[in-house]
Design a protein around this ligand. Structure first.
Ligand SMILES: Nc1ncnc2c1ncn2[C@@H]1O[C@H](COP(=O)(O)OP(=O)(O)OP(=O)(O)O)[C@@H](O)[C@H]1O
Ligand SMILES: [Mg+2]
Length: 277
């Protein structure tokens, strides 16, 4: 099964930016095949990845309900949906993108959703990595669409309100017993101290105090500095591959990814030891 990373957090904290940087880094390291899933109805991950989307899962869902009564003889709804799902994939070298699209209308989607879930599950098996960019807030948790995740990265920024929100998201994920192996905090868009080379992630004193006060059971995986070049790129709708190799945000995400994988490696070894392997 692939290693699945999902990104969550309060609106505008940098979820899509983090997801796209992770995907870009994995790609550059030849870690494909990667499946990127844009699960935000207001999708924009494709822009940062420089990929054109023609059809979303939302479109497929609507079309299926419209056409279901008139499917040609011999074409089951399962086949129609499986084929449609593959048509929704935007393919690039080492990377496929699936955009979930808008929510559901007033019709009954249970059957379509049921079949789609099965095929998306099967599809995931084709990749080494799955990176999911979620909408802001917690709906995706209460709807249980964020499940079977190895690492849930909850993004906050210098605004303490976003830290509190990260705490609530983490708590809900824990309470709902979603199949999420690890939850981590990532603090993005920080004023830099001019020294990005520290090994340990550094938080400004007021944020660290707030974090201690909240007592979140959420390890800090990493911090990402404000990066003016990254900001301008996104503003101009240009893809992340145009980012200079020395980009501070990208370097920080590289560090965070290494940390994430180190943690996973340690966990694997621990499990092996516990199992007597
Ligand atoms: N480290 C950073 N340096 C500079 N700009 C950043 C950084 N992180 C994010 N931004 C900018 O902040 C804005 C919001 O980022 P992004 O779209 O990634 O947030 P989001 O959490 O996905 O938002 P939404 O909740 O709307 O989905 C964008 O303009 C993005 O370019
Ligand atoms: Mg976003």
């Amino acid at each position: 099964m692939p290693f699945t990373i999902a990104v969550a957090g309060k609106g505008g904290t940098g979820k899509t930016t983090l997801a796209a940087l992770l995907i870009q880094l994995l790609r550059e390291r030849g870690e494909g095949p990667i499946l990127a899933v844009d699960a935000d109805p207001n999708a924009n991950l494709n822009e940062l990845l420089g990929m054109e989307v023609e059809r979303t899962i939302g479109d497929l869902r609507e079309e299926t309900l419209e056409n279901i009564a008139e499917l040609p003889a011999g074409l089951s709804k399962e086949h129609y949906l499986e084929y449609g799902l593959h048509e929704c994939l935007v393919e690039d070298e080492g990377l496929d993108l699936l955009v979930m699209g808008h929510g559901e209308g007033p019709k009954c989607y249970c059957m379509v959703n049921h079949i789609l879930r099965k095929y998306i599950e099967l599809l995931r098996g084709n990749y080494r990595w799955v990176v999911i960019d979620n909408e802001a807030g917690m709906e995706h948790l209460s709807r249980r669409t964020t499940q079977d995740v190895d690492a849930l990265l909850i993004v906050a920024n210098a605004n303490p309100i976003s830290l509190r929100s990260a705490g609530r998201i983490s708590e809900l994920a824990r309470k709902l017993k979603l199949r999420i192996q690890e939850r981590y905090l990532v603090v993005n868009d920080l004023e830099s101290r001019g020294n990005d080379n520290d090994d340990k992630p550094y938080l400004p004193a007021d944020l660290q105090e707030e974090l201690d006060r909240l007592g979140l059971e959420l390890p800090l995986l990493g911090v990402i500095p404000h990066d003016g070049a990254l900001y301008r790129l996104a503003l101009e709708g240009r893809p992340l591959r145009e980012l200079e190799p020395g980009s501070r945000a990208k370097k920080a995400v590289g560090k965070l990814l290494a940390e994430l994988l180190r943690g996973q490696e340690i966990e694997r070894v621990k499990t092996k030891i516990n199992e007597g392997g």
